[in-house]
Write a protein that binds this ligand. Structure first.
Ligand code: ADP
Ligand code: MG
Length: 387
């Protein structure tokens, strides 16, 4: 059963009205460019095959009712009460779909809001650094966009998702995940300039080169809305303010000697991660364009070292996943996502996937860590209408 089938089946338990449509959007893996998004820099994520689906039936009243396979209860809000319910917060998971409805209504004055039943199902593992949140936002935003006749383009829908996540859910994340989920293409990553929101698909060519991306989900839970993530953002803002620039995007590696002089040690290392990571994204795109995916391994591994040592967002499980993958023949490996848990990715020859998987499991067992989920991901298409 796919998420689309599951969403349809769940909708049938909510209402006898047939689905007006089913929309879906994928999770994403970030190939490189971590914590650069809110610094208005560069990122290079790709949409994965695992998707979240939203099956929608029209109602005769003005109630939005959402139900997910994650939860036994449906949540209902009248359109007239939506603003107040979002402001009151406390909606838990329903804050994602209802937050999207709220943000989309504000972003699309020409839309015609109406009541709907929405059933949600997902193949994207939650909290694994693969952005189940952007998947649910992308699926629901695409659904409301069509059902309400909002006519927004994919970039505008990505913004709606981000607004929902920031202002309705309260997680201060950047826009990378939503852009990757909305704009993904098969066999390509989305090169995104987070300042201008300009994008370009960059061909990855993993399969043709005999390579695969292995994900090691450590099952260590992260929480973006809490401490570490906010602290890192604050350090970045402090660094930019010290240079009198709007964002760390405006610094280059040539500014690092001066940064070392004027910043305290911790802030300097946070800044150095962002500045060098932006450069690594640009170098990765250039290497993919010129030489293909075998040329990017060292950049991925350097990114991990920078997150471990300078940005200090890795955890022992992620470091072990990266080290073990490299020792098993990976060309490069790094933690992906916001950090403090979640997943690592490794780029490796496809034939080494089984042995690397076994090696990672053995290393985790030997260290007394919980057995991770290890699986491959495939660069895939972004948000779409499925039916
Ligand atoms: P990540 O995006 O890395 O998976 P987040 O903490 O950003 O982790 O988002 C996960 C949250 O998104 C879940 O705890 C839940 O509230 C919500 N969510 C994601 N997918 C679904 C779904 N299919 N149904 C209901 N809620 C979902
Ligand atoms: Mg998320």
């Amino acid at each position: 059963m796919t998420a689309v089938d599951d969403a349809r089946a769940l909708l049938a338990t909510l209402t006898d009205t047939p689905a007006a449509g089913v929309w879906s959007a994928p999770g994403r893996a970030n190939l490189i460019g971590e914590h650069t998004d809110y610094n208005e820099g560069f990122v290079l994520p790709f949409a994965i095959a695992q998707r979240t689906a939203a099956a929608v039936a029209l109602r005769d009243d003005d109630v939005i009712r959402v139900r997910s396979t994650f939860s036994d209860d449906a949540v209902e809000v009248a359109l007239a009460d939506l603003d107040a319910r979002i402001a009151a917060s406390g909606l838990d998971w329903a804050g994602y779909p209802l937050g999207v409805a709220w943000a989309l209504r504000a972003a699309a004055p020409d839309a015609t809001p109406r009541g709907v039943d929405i059933a949600l199902a997902s193949e994207v593992p939650v909290g694994a650094g693969l952005s189940s949140s952007a998947a649910i936002e992308g699926a629901v935003a695409s659904a409301f966009n069509d059902v309400w006749g909002a006519g927004l383009d994919k970039v505008a829908l990505a913004r709606v998702g981000r607004t929902a996540e920031n202002d309705a859910v309260g997680a201060p994340t950047g826009i990378m995940d939503q852009m990757a989920s909305m704009l993904g293409e098969a066999d390509a990553a989305t090169f995104l300039d987070c300042r201008t929101l300009e994008t370009r698909p960059v061909t990855l060519g993993f399969a043709e080169a005999g390579l695969a991306i292995l994900v090691v989900d450590t099952l260590v839970e992260h929480a973006h809305s809490s401490g570490g993530y906010r602290e890192r953002r604050a350090s970045c803002e402090k660094g930019a303010a010290a240079f009198g620039v709007p964002a760390l995007r405006d610094l280059t590696v040539d500014d690092l000697p001066r940064a070392a002089e004027i910043l305290d040690d911790v802030t300097f290392r946070r800044v150095r991660h962002i500045v060098t990571e932006n450069q690594r994204v640009l170098d990765t795109v250039a290497a993919l364009d010129a030489d293909g995916p075998r040329a990017i391994g060292d950049l991925l591994t350097a990114s991990h070292a920078s997150m471990r040592d300078d940005f200090e967002i890795s955890v022992p499980e992620l470091d072990l996943a990266v080290e073990t993958a490299l020792a098993s023949g990976a060309l490069g490996a790094r933690m992906t996502g916001g950090g403090f848990g979640g997943a690592a990715i490794a780029l490796l020859p496809t034939e080494l996937v089984p042995a690397a998987t076994d090696a990672v499991q053995a290393a985790f067992a030997a260290s007394g860590f919980r057995a991770p989920n290890v699986f491959t991901v495939t660069p895939s298409e972004g948000a779409r209408r499925d039916a």
